[in-house]
Ligand binder design. Structure first.
Ligand code: SF4
Ligand code: SF4
Length: 426
């Protein structure tokens, strides 16, 4: 149940409403942060779990945390929605099809081994021409919206992507300035191995010894954001244990969603006396790769890249971790790079973990607003620090028959350090 003290910190001023993407979409109080807090309060006062209508409004929340940034009273909506979602998952009986789809997603995404098998099946689906046939026959249109979204969001895979192997270690070039652990992630590891490879190369070029702990699996981010509290705790404990075996100054992640939830490990495990201290200590070491590198300062030479790029603020980096200036500073320091801002840049792209699979219509509506703003900025390259955001925007651009090269900030830095601008962009 949501914490009544945190609920009472809301003074109902409404400053958060214009910042909320679902309020922007539908203009309904119940789909705004303030309205959702009212619904939480009603459930707490009734001493009952939220009813089905309230659950619908909580499910429509992206968890983007734009309201946390906008709130002048410092209301911890992030903690409130996390507590509420956990209660919903415990107490609310979902329809069988909904339950099954959620079970499928969580049997797949936090498991890189299973994701790899799925990616291989996807490769066959594309390479055998089956996908083209399915589309030509209009079979995709007959799928339920969630499966249609899953099919449309499939990231491009190739035999090269699937065969890529990330080295378990990297040695600092020049004098050693730090020793760090790198989280390879789940989706990142399987579908975007180039981002991990680039991150490792940049870290070593900047004087870091890097270890990719072999036992480090899913950090629990997707589970925590979906209210699957027990699963999130189990994954977090396993990840903390794997990281404790390494003597590192920092734990570096290049996926915004993972970083935001790892930094909250202390809160997730605060009720567990055996783990609370360990979780808080490890969470304090977690840094987004851009945050870590900006603080470390440059050591490697930057070569010019002549490109006009738009940097997309991933919500879990900008709102949840307040990391906004560091990626811009790193990218802006590359000679030849011109950064253009995206209008309404603090708005979500609709990806939000698995939101675009669970609430595809809403995600699409929100995503289309983002894509319009990206196109208006007219960049040559779209840069984002979260794999989910990149996939969401690529899908919406593809739908419109448009292609825009995309990259992670670490791939841009890597291309500059290696003087290989031609390697940039997917
Ligand atoms: S969450 Fe913050 S900004 Fe929104 S109504 Fe409450 S106090 Fe105001
Ligand atoms: S987290 Fe995002 S979608 Fe949810 S209430 Fe806050 S601003 Fe709205």
């Amino acid at each position: 149940m949501a914490d009544a003290k945190l609920i009472d910190e809301c003074v109902h001023c409404g400053f958060c409403l214009p910042a909320c993407p679902t309020y922007q979409s539908w203009g309904r109080e119940t789909d705004s942060p303030r309205g959702r807090i009212y619904l939480m309060k009603a459930a707490v006062e009734a001493k009952r779990p939220p009813d089905a209508t309230a659950v619908g409004h909580f499910d429509q929340c992206l968890g983007c945390m734009a309201c946390v940034t906008a709130c002048p009273s410092g209301v911890k909506y992030d903690a409130l929605i996390e507590q509420t979602r956990a209660e919903v998952e415990r107490e609310h009986p979902r329809a069988p099809a909904d339950r099954l789809f959620r079970a499928f997603l969580f049997a797949l995404f936090p498991h890189p081994g299973r994701l790899r098998v799925a990616a291989f099946a996807q490769l066959l689906y594309v390479k055998t021409g089956l996908r083209r046939l399915v589309h030509a026959l209009g079979l995709v249109r007959a799928l339920p919206p969630r499966l249609r979204a899953l099919e449309a969001l499939m990231p491009p895979v190739s035999a090269k992507t699937l065969g890529a192997k990330l080295p378990a270690r990297g040695e600092a070039r020049g004098p050693r300035r730090a020793r760090v652990a790198l989280l390879a992630g789940c989706v990142q590891r399987v579908y975007f191995p180039g981002v991990n490879a680039a991150t490792l190369r940049v870290l070593t070029a900047e004087g870091c010894d890097v270890v990719v702990p072999p036992a480090l699996g899913c950090c629990g981010a997707l589970s925590v954001h979906a209210g699957r509290e027990d699963e999130a705790k189990r994954l977090a404990r396993a990840a903390i244990e794997a990281l404790e075996r390494e003597d590192v100054d920092a734990v570096v992640t290049n996926a915004a969603g993972c970083g935001s939830s790892m930094k909250e490990w202390g809160r997730l495990l605060e009720g567990d006396p055996a783990w609370a201290g360990r979780a808080a200590a490890m969470a304090a070491k977690v840094k987004d790769a851009t945050e870590f590198l900006a603080a470390l300062g440059p050591a490697a030479e930057r070569h010019p890249i002549a490109v006009r790029l738009a940097y997309h603020d991933a919500c879990h980096l900008a709102h949840a971790q307040r990391v906004r200036s560091q990626p811009r500073a790193l990218l802006g320091a590359i000679p030849g790079v011109e950064i253009v801002e995206i209008a309404d840049g603090d708005q979500c792209c609709g990806s939000a973990g698995v939101y675009n699979l669970l609430q595809p219509e809403s995600a699409r509506e929100i995503g289309l607003r983002k894509v319009e703003n990206v196109l208006a900025a007219a960049p040559e390259l779209l840069v984002s620090a979260n794999p989910g955001c990149t996939l969401q925007m690529q899908m919406l651009l593809r739908e419109r028959g448009l292609a825009l090269r995309t990259a992670h900030p670490l791939e841009v830095l890597d291309a500059s350090i290696r003087d290989d601008a031609g390697a940039l962009g997917r």
